[in-house]
Design a protein around this ligand. Structure first.
Ligand SMILES: *Cc1c(COP(=O)(O)O)cnc(C)c1O
Ligand SMILES: [Zn+2]
Length: 425
């Protein structure tokens, strides 16, 4: 992989060649999360904006030269990425803003953002010659891995907390993954998977521990800028000018891999000279699982953080010790963004508001992103002229039980006209 220079430790800055380490910087145990370093001259020789303008591949693989995979490795057939970016004028109006956009990552094949990372995981497992792949997950990462693995016939073993929403567990089982429900939290499942993968020699997809997951997740940042440019440029779009970056991006945060990935993608675009400013990245956590908000407020570094209790209805962002905390804090600090907490009630309230004003049905973790925008506006953080993007990271069909808490029971009606008239009047 000519375009990959190495893997740089996010704690000590030591850089390794790929292949020299499997996952993390050995000087810091399992916390030594590394970041993939690129040669942007090599990348620029293989991909350009005009080239992308003519590329009809509607998946993350349109950006393959920007991802740390061997160009020759086959990619899974499922259609991951290039999810819709919708303008949301009615949401904007509610908030007295002018330009609000939502990105519907529930449109991915297993209905969450995690498909972006799991697609890359399957490619890396193939490159490593792995026979089995494993992951810990709150539910969506495992559903994504189960689906992407099934698409290429790679056996997957997954560890999820036993309290994961049934729809997600159904996905794991139907895709034929070997499922183990852990009698504990996501953090317990994570630690267990580290031991199990080492013991049995399985390829480990665990978020943050595996450095390539950020590289899959960053594709959403490329799409946001390319799609915003397509939407705002006169047709025909040729890719001649720079891409348009939004001013602010709202990201729901659990482990911090998505937010770190978004930051990475934007840094790639800056390095290539494809965008001219860095958007402010806003990290939104559930109040009951807000270790990164605490650390940001207290000025802590990722390696100074300790495990906190994590309890929220938004299961996908429940993480006591966010695994990608170094990258997650840098994303907000280096872009002049902020971390905000939203309550479970604010998250639930956001679900029907998003759905009724955009047509997008979100699971609680995804809705947290919009609840964060509401809070940021209330706190006067957002200028009305800004272009704001809200990442909606997962489909509402993933967690019907939570969604149904936000709406009344419908009436049961006898099958005749008069009964309907009575209800309507
Ligand atoms: C995983 C997930 C998140 C949070 O991503 P992290 O990388 O853990 O911060 C947000 N929303 C949904 C729907 C998810 O599945
Ligand atoms: Zn290190």
């Amino acid at each position: 992989m000519q375009h990959v220079l190495g893997l740089k430790c996010t704690i000590c800055g030591k850089t390794y060649r790929t292949g020299e380490i499997a996952y993390v910087c050995p000087d810091h145990g399992d916390d030594g999360i590394v970041d993939v370093q690129y040669d942007y001259d090599v990348i620029a020789a293989n991909i350009s904006r005009p080239h992308l303008a003519k590329n009809s591949d509607p998946t993350i693989w349109r950006y393959k030269p920007l991802i740390a995979v061997d160009p020759a490795t086959p990619v899974p057939p499922m259609r991951v990425g290039w999810t819709p970016l919708y303008e949301a004028p009615r949401l904007a109006e509610r908030l007295h803003l002018k330009h609000v956009w939502v990105k519907d990552d529930g449109m991915n094949p297993t209905a969450s953002f995690k498909d972006r990372a799991s697609a890359v995981a399957v490619v890396k497992a193939h490159e490593e010659g792995a026979e089995i792949i494993t992951t810990a997950s709150t539910g969506n990462a495992a559903a994504a891995l189960a689906g992407l693995s099934a698409s290429v016939g790679l056996p997957a073993v997954i560890f999820v907390p036993k309290a994961a929403p049934p729809a997600k567990i159904a996905q794991h089982l139907i895709y034929g993954a070997r499922v183990m429900l852990v009698d504990g939290t996501y953090d317990d499942a994570f630690e267990l998977t580290l031991k199990v993968a080492r013991e049995f020699g399985w390829y480990n997809r665990n978020t943050a521990y595996n450095p390539y997951m950020s590289e899959g997740k960053k594709t959403a940042a490329f799409e946001v800028c390319e799609q915003l440019t397509l939407a705002l440029s006169p047709a025909p779009y040729t890719g001649a000018g720079k891409w348009i970056a939004p001013d602010r991006i709202f990201v729901p945060v659990g482990d911090g891999c998505i937010i770190g990935g978004i930051h990475k993608g934007l840094k790639d675009l800056i390095a290539l000279g494809w965008i001219d400013h860095m958007p402010k990245i806003m990290g939104i956590q559930a109040a009951g699982s807000s270790a990164l908000v605490d650390a940001w407020e207290r000025g802590l570094q990722g390696w100074e953080m300790t495990p906190q209790p994590a309890e929220t209805i938004a299961d996908s962002i429940s993480a006591g010790l966010p695994r990608d905390r170094n990258k997650a804090l840098a994303a907000v600090r280096e872009t002049g963004g902020a971390y905000l907490r939203v309550s479970d009630q604010e998250i639930l309230d956001a679900i029907p508001v998003i759905a009724r004003n955009t047509g997008v049905f979100s699971e609680p973790a995804a809705a947290a992103s919009y609840a964060g925008l509401v809070k940021a506006v209330a706190q006067g953080m957002v200028d009305s002229e800004e272009h704001v993007v809200v990442l909606l990271t997962g489909s509402g069909l993933k967690d019907i039980k939570s969604a149904m808490k936000t709406v009344p029971e419908p009436p049961i009606v006898a099958p005749d006209l008069e009964a309907v008239r009575e209800i309507i009047e």
